[in-house]
Design a protein around this ligand. Structure first.
Ligand SMILES: Cc1ncc(COP(=O)(O)O)c(C=O)c1O
Length: 443
């Protein structure tokens, strides 16, 4: 079925985010409704959502419990100033989030997005060392191919070149090498090889001195760069080095948090606990914007103990919409569904089905130079098209859209993120359609 056709919408005014605006407006892909694992487009077609929205909606779209919680909350209390006032749902949600967090993480700071979580966590880390009397500890260590959103801090610690190029320098940052190794191509799950790359942190510490480093920030598994699971032992070694040199470890779990890795956090899935853990996306199942930064007791207590008189605020930071009542209501309902349905457990159980289907069906398809996966996250790397690495993934994703499937394309990768609730036959049809699309663009 042709997806082409004029739209009646006034397309020009809206400057779309992370979108090739000129291409989109020439050939728009308009989504008008969503239910469970399906989108409906403006031509009335049913589109299988192969990316859980944007890693957001693992429970499936249009969950009634969330919709109802949102409607009830907005009628009861549509807004509450979050500075110096509070409302019940924010306290309840913070408490609920903590029950799902690893290690001794003890306090939750609400934001509205993954980008705000990244910048909040970086500001917390710097302020923490300042309050500890270690004001030289200001530098951050990120990692190549890392993604921490689009605000200035997150852009600086991020490691995807295209996201940094035109914005100039801001923070003092150095980067670890990424862990996408040739020797691990077509690896199923976590690669056995690559823990040695963690030693680069020791080298950066030797170079800059621990007295200048505030924190290391990593996605436990890189998502946006195309699903790069950590090598076995890598995160453990990073943790050891941070402990030995008094450097905070921040895990950006905006994708890995709340089920995607078959556990409530990537930290739990990979067995390493951070000092600060960032969430967003899945916290409300994508229904309302929200993010959160969860910290260890020592961090919270350092702010409280150094806050001065009781009427003085301890951390000069927060957003007008931090802990918004509607987002909190959506969050409480979404976490209830996540826990009641034992969806992270299902992801853990079904991930081997996803893994074998993905590798067995796609490894030999045209242009596929790598396949990677962990939990309900998978990616293909595609051979560059006439020196343009971006074009082939775009062509494949457009072919998928034509066939009635939504997948994400980014850089030289195609990314899949099935809903936690997606049935086996839907996962199979998604992967088979991807195989057909690769064959068709090769013809
Ligand atoms: C690991 C990570 N951090 C931060 C972000 C930014 O989140 P947002 O787009 O909600 O600002 C993302 C978004 O994909 C992400 O994957």
């Amino acid at each position: 079925m042709s997806t082409q056709g004029k739209s009646d919408l006034p397309l020009e005014a809206y400057w779309m985010p992370y979108t090739a605006n000129r291409q989109f407006k020439a050939d728009p892909r308009i989504i008008v409704a969503a239910k469970d694992v399906w989108f409906t487009d403006d031509k009335g077609r049913q589109i299988l959502d192969g990316h859980s929205g944007l890693w957001t909606s693992g429970l499936g779209h249009g969950q009634e419990a969330i919709t109802k919680a949102v409607a009830d909350q907005i009628q009861l209390l549509d807004f509450c100033p979050p500075f110096q006032f509070g409302h019940p749902t924010a306290f309840k949600l913070a408490d609920r989030v903590l029950q799902l967090m690893p290690g001794n993480l003890s306090h939750v700071f609400f934001t509205n997005s993954g980008s705000e979580s990244a910048d909040t966590s970086l500001k917390m880390a710097r302020a923490y060392w300042q309050l500890k009397g270690r004001s030289g500890k200001t530098r951050f260590i990120g990692r190549q191919k890392g993604y921490h959103g689009v605000n200035y801090g997150g852009t600086a610690v991020g490691g995807i070149a295209a996201n940094r190029r035109v914005f100039g320098e801001s923070l003092q940052v150095d980067h670890l090498r990424h862990t996408l190794l040739t020797e691990n191509k077509f690896c199923r799950g976590m690669p056995e090889s690559g823990a040695y790359l963690a030693e680069e942190l020791a080298e950066l510490i030797a170079l800059h001195d621990a007295s200048t480093i505030a924190a290391v920030i990593l996605e436990p598994m890189a998502g946006s760069a195309g699903v790069i699971p950590p090598p076995v032992g890598y995160l453990q070694r990073i943790r050891e080095l941070c402990d030995a040199h008094e450097i905070l470890l921040i895990f950006d779990e905006v994708i890995t948090g709340l089920g995607r890795c078959g556990a409530y956090t990537g930290a739990a899935a990979f067995g390493v606990n951070p000092d600060i853990l960032n969430l967003a996306k899945q916290i409300t199942n994508g229904a309302v914007p929200m993010g959160a930064v969860i910290v260890a007791p020592d961090i919270y207590n350092t702010f409280m103990d150094n806050g001065g008189p009781n009427h003085v605020l301890e951390f000069a930071h927060g957003y007008t919409y931090s802990g918004h009542p509607v987002a909190c209501a959506a969050g409480l309902a979404a976490l209830e569904l996540l826990v009641e349905g034992q969806w992270p457990e299902r992801v853990a159980r079904e991930s081997s089905f996803f893994e074998s289907n993905l590798h067995d069906t796609l490894s030999e398809k045209p242009y596929v130079t790598d396949v990677r996966n962990f939990g309900f996250a998978g990616a293909l790397t595609l051979e560059p098209y006439k020196k343009d690495p971006l074009k082939r993934p775009f062509e494949v994703a457009m072919k998928m859209w034509e066939k009635g499937f939504l997948v994400r394309y980014g850089g030289d990768t195609i990314q899949l993120a099935p809903h936690f609730v997606m049935a086996r036959k839907q996962i199979t049809s998604l992967i088979e359609a991807l195989g057909d699309s690769l064959r068709e663009i090769a013809d």
